[in-house]
Write a protein that binds this ligand. Structure first.
Ligand SMILES: [Cu+2]
Length: 149
């Protein structure tokens, strides 16, 4: 019996450590001219991270920037705004959905989604997506579907 309790405790602590990393991690998003058949992409386009994690935007190809999509970030969160050809890091503390776009290429579908922690409802993000150019909206809707599946 004692052994079983110990095992249960070990399993419980293992699953907890999976859900709550001991320390925040850092992940990269590349800004690319081309990825497979697609042109002008954030790679990856969809990121799931924990609150407190840092995202580094890497200008692997030139001519791109990264800014928040209007209305597509959690209440109280600071807008993401990283200049052209600059590497920039942002630490995202507030759970929710952060939409990003490249200013000159959003109309060509250069958008991305960062989901931090438990994002709650995607209604606000979907409403904000209706104001995007068609290709950007299509991508964001697909990424939201993917994030929710
Ligand atoms: Cu771009």
């Amino acid at each position: 019996m004692k052994k079983l309790v110990q095992m249960a405790a070990a399993v419980a602590s293992a699953s907890i450590s999976l859900m709550v990393p001991a320390h925040a991690s850092e992940v990269s998003v590349e800004l690319l001219n081309k990825a497979g058949e697609r042109r002008f992409v954030f790679s990856p386009e969809l990121l799931r991270i924990n609150p407190g994690d840092t995202v580094v935007f890497v200008p692997t190809d030139k001519g791109h920037n990264t800014v928040s999509i209007d209305g597509m970030l959690p209440e109280g969160a600071e807008r993401i705004n990283i200049g052209f050809n600059k590497e920039g890091a942002v630490t995202l503390n507030r759970p929710g959905i952060y939409g990003i776009e490249c200013t000159p290429h959003a109309g060509l579908g250069m958008v991305g989604l960062i989901v931090v922690g438990d994002p709650g409802s995607s209604d606000a993000a979907r409403r904000a997506a209706t104001k995007l150019p068609p290709k950007a909206r299509e991508r964001i809707d697909a990424l939201l579907d993917q994030a929710e599946s």
